[in-house]
Design a protein. Sequence first.
Length: 323
Amino acid sequence: MLAESEKNPNKVLVVGSFVMDFIVHTSRFPERGETVLGESFSMAPGGKGANQAMQMALLGLDVDMLGKVGSDVNGDILLSSLKNAGVNVSQVLRDGSFSAVGNVQVETDSEGNTENRIIVVSGANMEITDADIAHLETQISQYRAVVLQQEIPLSINKQIRAMAKRQGVKVILNPAPSYALDEEDYRNIDYLLPNEHELLELVGEYDDDRSVFDLENIVKKARILIKLGCPNVIVTLGSKGACWVTAEDYIYEKAVQNVISLDPTAAGDSFVAAFTYAMLSSFPARKSIEFANYVGALTVSKKGAQTSLSSLNEVEQFIRNHF
Protein backbone atom coordinates (compact mmCIF):
# COMPACT_ATOMS: atom_id res chain seq x y z
CA MET A 1 0.00 0.00 0.00
CA LEU A 2 1.31 3.44 -0.94
CA ALA A 3 1.33 6.08 1.76
CA GLU A 4 -0.84 9.11 0.99
CA SER A 5 2.27 11.29 0.62
CA GLU A 6 3.69 8.91 -2.02
CA LYS A 7 0.70 9.10 -4.33
CA ASN A 8 0.24 11.40 -7.28
CA PRO A 9 -2.14 13.94 -5.71
CA ASN A 10 -4.14 14.21 -8.94
CA LYS A 11 -4.38 10.53 -9.91
CA VAL A 12 -7.92 9.12 -10.18
CA LEU A 13 -9.38 5.86 -11.44
CA VAL A 14 -12.83 5.87 -13.01
CA VAL A 15 -14.46 2.47 -13.42
CA GLY A 16 -17.62 2.78 -15.43
CA SER A 17 -19.62 3.00 -18.58
CA PHE A 18 -19.28 4.09 -22.18
CA VAL A 19 -22.40 4.93 -24.18
CA MET A 20 -22.82 6.28 -27.69
CA ASP A 21 -25.74 8.71 -27.42
CA PHE A 22 -28.28 9.21 -30.21
CA ILE A 23 -29.90 12.53 -29.29
CA VAL A 24 -33.23 13.92 -30.47
CA HIS A 25 -34.46 17.42 -29.55
CA THR A 26 -38.19 18.03 -29.53
CA SER A 27 -40.69 20.60 -28.30
CA ARG A 28 -42.84 17.85 -26.79
CA PHE A 29 -42.31 14.26 -25.66
CA PRO A 30 -44.64 11.79 -27.42
CA GLU A 31 -47.47 10.21 -25.46
CA ARG A 32 -47.90 6.45 -25.43
CA GLY A 33 -48.49 5.23 -29.01
CA GLU A 34 -47.91 8.70 -30.48
CA THR A 35 -45.37 9.91 -33.02
CA VAL A 36 -44.11 13.50 -32.97
CA LEU A 37 -41.67 15.29 -35.26
CA GLY A 38 -38.35 16.15 -33.70
CA GLU A 39 -36.39 19.33 -34.27
CA SER A 40 -32.80 18.07 -34.49
CA PHE A 41 -30.67 14.92 -34.24
CA SER A 42 -27.05 14.33 -33.26
CA MET A 43 -24.71 11.59 -32.11
CA ALA A 44 -22.32 12.10 -29.22
CA PRO A 45 -20.05 9.90 -27.09
CA GLY A 46 -21.25 9.60 -23.51
CA GLY A 47 -21.82 7.19 -20.64
CA LYS A 48 -21.71 8.29 -17.01
CA GLY A 49 -18.25 6.84 -16.39
CA ALA A 50 -16.72 8.23 -19.56
CA ASN A 51 -18.34 11.63 -19.06
CA GLN A 52 -16.99 11.91 -15.54
CA ALA A 53 -13.53 10.77 -16.60
CA MET A 54 -13.42 13.33 -19.40
CA GLN A 55 -14.57 16.21 -17.22
CA MET A 56 -11.96 15.35 -14.57
CA ALA A 57 -9.22 15.28 -17.21
CA LEU A 58 -10.37 18.62 -18.65
CA LEU A 59 -10.14 20.12 -15.17
CA GLY A 60 -6.58 18.85 -14.81
CA LEU A 61 -6.73 15.53 -12.97
CA ASP A 62 -4.61 12.54 -14.04
CA VAL A 63 -7.36 10.09 -15.00
CA ASP A 64 -7.29 6.38 -15.83
CA MET A 65 -10.47 4.80 -17.18
CA LEU A 66 -11.41 1.15 -16.83
CA GLY A 67 -14.39 -0.19 -18.74
CA LYS A 68 -15.43 -2.25 -21.74
CA VAL A 69 -16.60 -1.47 -25.28
CA GLY A 70 -17.13 -3.52 -28.42
CA SER A 71 -14.80 -3.87 -31.38
CA ASP A 72 -17.17 -1.68 -33.39
CA VAL A 73 -17.08 1.83 -34.81
CA ASN A 74 -18.89 3.21 -31.78
CA GLY A 75 -16.14 1.79 -29.58
CA ASP A 76 -13.52 3.54 -31.75
CA ILE A 77 -15.31 6.87 -31.34
CA LEU A 78 -15.85 6.44 -27.60
CA LEU A 79 -12.17 5.71 -26.93
CA SER A 80 -10.93 8.42 -29.27
CA SER A 81 -13.06 11.02 -27.49
CA LEU A 82 -11.50 10.23 -24.11
CA LYS A 83 -7.96 10.01 -25.50
CA ASN A 84 -8.31 13.45 -27.05
CA ALA A 85 -9.32 14.86 -23.66
CA GLY A 86 -6.24 13.38 -21.99
CA VAL A 87 -7.76 10.30 -20.34
CA ASN A 88 -5.59 7.16 -20.19
CA VAL A 89 -7.71 4.34 -21.70
CA SER A 90 -5.12 1.54 -21.57
CA GLN A 91 -7.33 -0.39 -19.11
CA VAL A 92 -10.40 -0.29 -21.37
CA LEU A 93 -11.17 -3.66 -22.95
CA ARG A 94 -12.46 -4.10 -26.54
CA ASP A 95 -13.95 -7.62 -26.28
CA GLY A 96 -17.55 -6.65 -25.55
CA SER A 97 -20.46 -7.89 -27.67
CA PHE A 98 -21.23 -4.31 -28.75
CA SER A 99 -20.63 -0.83 -27.41
CA ALA A 100 -23.53 0.51 -25.37
CA VAL A 101 -25.97 2.91 -27.01
CA GLY A 102 -28.31 5.49 -25.50
CA ASN A 103 -31.56 6.94 -26.84
CA VAL A 104 -31.68 10.50 -25.50
CA GLN A 105 -34.82 12.59 -25.90
CA VAL A 106 -34.56 16.27 -24.91
CA GLU A 107 -37.75 18.32 -24.60
CA THR A 108 -37.57 22.12 -24.68
CA ASP A 109 -40.82 23.91 -23.91
CA SER A 110 -41.94 27.36 -25.09
CA GLU A 111 -40.30 29.01 -22.08
CA GLY A 112 -36.94 27.37 -22.72
CA ASN A 113 -37.14 24.80 -19.91
CA THR A 114 -35.59 21.43 -20.70
CA GLU A 115 -36.16 17.87 -19.57
CA ASN A 116 -34.62 14.65 -20.80
CA ARG A 117 -35.51 10.98 -21.04
CA ILE A 118 -32.79 8.40 -21.65
CA ILE A 119 -32.93 4.69 -22.52
CA VAL A 120 -29.59 2.85 -22.44
CA VAL A 121 -28.89 -0.54 -24.05
CA SER A 122 -25.91 -1.62 -21.96
CA GLY A 123 -24.02 -4.03 -24.22
CA ALA A 124 -20.37 -4.28 -23.20
CA ASN A 125 -20.85 -2.19 -20.06
CA MET A 126 -22.54 -5.12 -18.32
CA GLU A 127 -19.91 -7.61 -19.52
CA ILE A 128 -17.04 -6.51 -17.24
CA THR A 129 -15.85 -9.61 -15.38
CA ASP A 130 -13.98 -10.40 -12.17
CA ALA A 131 -10.92 -11.24 -14.28
CA ASP A 132 -11.05 -7.80 -15.92
CA ILE A 133 -10.52 -6.06 -12.57
CA ALA A 134 -8.27 -8.60 -10.79
CA HIS A 135 -5.15 -6.49 -11.41
CA LEU A 136 -6.57 -3.70 -9.25
CA GLU A 137 -6.00 -5.76 -6.10
CA THR A 138 -2.31 -4.83 -6.33
CA GLN A 139 -2.56 -1.62 -8.36
CA ILE A 140 -5.43 0.35 -6.87
CA SER A 141 -3.25 1.83 -4.12
CA GLN A 142 -1.60 4.19 -6.65
CA TYR A 143 -4.80 6.26 -6.87
CA ARG A 144 -6.04 9.02 -4.58
CA ALA A 145 -9.65 8.19 -5.39
CA VAL A 146 -11.82 5.73 -7.31
CA VAL A 147 -14.99 7.06 -8.92
CA LEU A 148 -17.89 4.69 -9.62
CA GLN A 149 -21.41 4.84 -11.05
CA GLN A 150 -23.98 2.06 -11.53
CA GLU A 151 -24.12 1.44 -15.29
CA ILE A 152 -21.82 -1.60 -14.91
CA PRO A 153 -22.36 -4.84 -12.93
CA LEU A 154 -23.03 -4.02 -9.27
CA SER A 155 -20.85 -6.96 -8.22
CA ILE A 156 -17.87 -5.32 -9.93
CA ASN A 157 -18.50 -2.06 -8.07
CA LYS A 158 -18.76 -3.97 -4.79
CA GLN A 159 -15.40 -5.68 -5.33
CA ILE A 160 -13.67 -2.44 -6.29
CA ARG A 161 -15.04 -0.61 -3.25
CA ALA A 162 -13.70 -3.37 -1.01
CA MET A 163 -10.28 -3.27 -2.71
CA ALA A 164 -10.10 0.50 -2.31
CA LYS A 165 -11.11 0.33 1.34
CA ARG A 166 -8.35 -2.21 2.08
CA GLN A 167 -5.79 0.03 0.37
CA GLY A 168 -6.89 3.34 1.90
CA VAL A 169 -8.19 4.80 -1.39
CA LYS A 170 -11.15 7.19 -1.27
CA VAL A 171 -14.33 5.89 -2.93
CA ILE A 172 -16.78 8.25 -4.65
CA LEU A 173 -20.05 6.70 -5.80
CA ASN A 174 -22.61 8.34 -8.04
CA PRO A 175 -25.54 5.91 -7.49
CA ALA A 176 -27.05 6.34 -10.94
CA PRO A 177 -29.11 4.57 -11.98
CA SER A 178 -30.24 3.94 -8.41
CA TYR A 179 -30.25 0.43 -6.98
CA ALA A 180 -30.58 -0.67 -3.38
CA LEU A 181 -27.23 -0.91 -1.58
CA ASP A 182 -26.31 -3.20 1.31
CA GLU A 183 -25.13 -1.79 4.63
CA GLU A 184 -21.68 -3.20 3.83
CA ASP A 185 -21.63 -1.05 0.70
CA TYR A 186 -22.15 2.18 2.65
CA ARG A 187 -19.19 1.37 4.91
CA ASN A 188 -16.99 1.22 1.80
CA ILE A 189 -18.11 4.58 0.36
CA ASP A 190 -16.48 7.86 1.41
CA TYR A 191 -18.58 10.23 -0.72
CA LEU A 192 -22.05 9.36 -2.03
CA LEU A 193 -23.48 11.72 -4.67
CA PRO A 194 -27.14 10.99 -5.47
CA ASN A 195 -29.66 13.38 -6.96
CA GLU A 196 -32.88 13.96 -5.02
CA HIS A 197 -34.73 11.18 -6.85
CA GLU A 198 -31.93 8.67 -6.20
CA LEU A 199 -31.74 9.70 -2.54
CA LEU A 200 -35.41 8.86 -2.08
CA GLU A 201 -34.98 5.46 -3.71
CA LEU A 202 -31.93 4.65 -1.59
CA VAL A 203 -33.93 5.21 1.59
CA GLY A 204 -36.85 3.20 0.19
CA GLU A 205 -39.26 6.01 -0.65
CA TYR A 206 -40.71 6.43 -4.12
CA ASP A 207 -43.87 8.54 -3.78
CA ASP A 208 -42.79 11.71 -1.98
CA ASP A 209 -44.11 14.99 -3.39
CA ARG A 210 -40.91 16.48 -4.82
CA SER A 211 -42.69 19.55 -6.17
CA VAL A 212 -42.07 21.31 -2.84
CA PHE A 213 -38.44 21.94 -1.94
CA ASP A 214 -37.84 20.75 1.63
CA LEU A 215 -34.19 21.07 2.65
CA GLU A 216 -34.83 19.75 6.16
CA ASN A 217 -36.34 16.58 4.69
CA ILE A 218 -33.39 16.11 2.33
CA VAL A 219 -30.94 16.39 5.23
CA LYS A 220 -33.01 13.94 7.28
CA LYS A 221 -33.03 11.34 4.51
CA ALA A 222 -29.32 11.78 3.77
CA ARG A 223 -28.54 11.06 7.43
CA ILE A 224 -30.33 7.72 7.15
CA LEU A 225 -27.56 6.70 4.74
CA ILE A 226 -24.87 8.29 6.90
CA LYS A 227 -25.96 6.12 9.82
CA LEU A 228 -25.36 3.08 7.61
CA GLY A 229 -21.69 4.00 7.33
CA CYS A 230 -21.11 6.56 4.56
CA PRO A 231 -19.75 9.76 6.18
CA ASN A 232 -20.56 12.20 3.34
CA VAL A 233 -23.72 12.46 1.25
CA ILE A 234 -23.79 15.22 -1.37
CA VAL A 235 -27.27 15.60 -2.87
CA THR A 236 -27.61 17.34 -6.23
CA LEU A 237 -30.89 19.25 -6.55
CA GLY A 238 -30.89 20.49 -10.15
CA SER A 239 -32.08 24.07 -10.39
CA LYS A 240 -32.21 24.27 -6.59
CA GLY A 241 -28.48 23.66 -6.10
CA ALA A 242 -26.77 21.04 -3.94
CA CYS A 243 -26.40 20.04 -0.30
CA TRP A 244 -23.46 18.34 1.47
CA VAL A 245 -24.67 16.43 4.52
CA THR A 246 -22.62 14.88 7.33
CA ALA A 247 -23.69 13.47 10.70
CA GLU A 248 -23.04 16.78 12.45
CA ASP A 249 -23.73 19.48 9.87
CA TYR A 250 -24.84 20.30 6.35
CA ILE A 251 -23.92 22.90 3.74
CA TYR A 252 -26.45 24.09 1.18
CA GLU A 253 -25.51 26.10 -1.91
CA LYS A 254 -28.06 27.50 -4.35
CA ALA A 255 -27.69 26.83 -8.06
CA VAL A 256 -26.04 29.35 -10.34
CA GLN A 257 -28.61 31.88 -11.51
CA ASN A 258 -29.24 33.44 -14.94
CA VAL A 259 -28.08 30.44 -16.95
CA ILE A 260 -29.99 29.39 -20.07
CA SER A 261 -30.44 25.61 -19.93
CA LEU A 262 -30.08 24.02 -23.36
CA ASP A 263 -29.46 20.37 -22.43
CA PRO A 264 -29.15 18.78 -18.95
CA THR A 265 -27.76 15.47 -20.27
CA ALA A 266 -24.32 15.43 -18.58
CA ALA A 267 -24.89 17.99 -15.81
CA GLY A 268 -24.86 15.41 -13.03
CA ASP A 269 -21.70 13.81 -14.40
CA SER A 270 -19.87 17.12 -14.60
CA PHE A 271 -20.94 17.93 -11.02
CA VAL A 272 -19.48 14.61 -9.78
CA ALA A 273 -16.25 15.24 -11.68
CA ALA A 274 -15.96 18.82 -10.44
CA PHE A 275 -16.62 17.75 -6.86
CA THR A 276 -13.87 15.11 -7.18
CA TYR A 277 -11.47 17.74 -8.51
CA ALA A 278 -12.34 20.14 -5.68
CA MET A 279 -12.03 17.45 -3.03
CA LEU A 280 -8.61 16.31 -4.26
CA SER A 281 -7.54 19.95 -4.54
CA SER A 282 -8.41 20.46 -0.83
CA PHE A 283 -11.09 23.06 -1.47
CA PRO A 284 -13.12 23.97 1.65
CA ALA A 285 -16.47 22.14 1.75
CA ARG A 286 -18.64 25.11 0.74
CA LYS A 287 -16.21 26.08 -2.01
CA SER A 288 -16.33 22.50 -3.35
CA ILE A 289 -20.11 22.60 -3.71
CA GLU A 290 -20.03 26.09 -5.20
CA PHE A 291 -17.40 25.08 -7.77
CA ALA A 292 -19.30 21.92 -8.73
CA ASN A 293 -22.50 23.95 -9.12
CA TYR A 294 -20.73 26.27 -11.57
CA VAL A 295 -19.37 23.38 -13.62
CA GLY A 296 -22.83 21.78 -13.75
CA ALA A 297 -24.41 25.09 -14.79
CA LEU A 298 -21.88 25.56 -17.58
CA THR A 299 -22.64 22.04 -18.81
CA VAL A 300 -26.39 22.61 -19.13
CA SER A 301 -25.72 25.77 -21.14
CA LYS A 302 -24.31 23.58 -23.96
CA LYS A 303 -25.79 20.72 -25.99
CA GLY A 304 -24.72 17.09 -25.86
CA ALA A 305 -22.93 14.95 -23.30
CA GLN A 306 -19.15 15.10 -23.73
CA THR A 307 -19.51 17.99 -26.18
CA SER A 308 -20.90 20.05 -23.28
CA LEU A 309 -17.92 19.49 -20.95
CA SER A 310 -15.48 22.33 -20.30
CA SER A 311 -11.83 22.95 -19.51
CA LEU A 312 -10.68 24.51 -16.25
CA ASN A 313 -9.98 27.79 -18.07
CA GLU A 314 -13.54 27.89 -19.43
CA VAL A 315 -14.95 27.16 -15.96
CA GLU A 316 -12.87 29.91 -14.36
CA GLN A 317 -14.02 32.40 -17.00
CA PHE A 318 -17.64 31.35 -16.47
CA ILE A 319 -17.29 31.91 -12.71
CA ARG A 320 -15.79 35.35 -13.25
CA ASN A 321 -18.65 36.31 -15.56
CA HIS A 322 -21.26 35.31 -12.96
CA PHE A 323 -19.85 37.04 -9.92
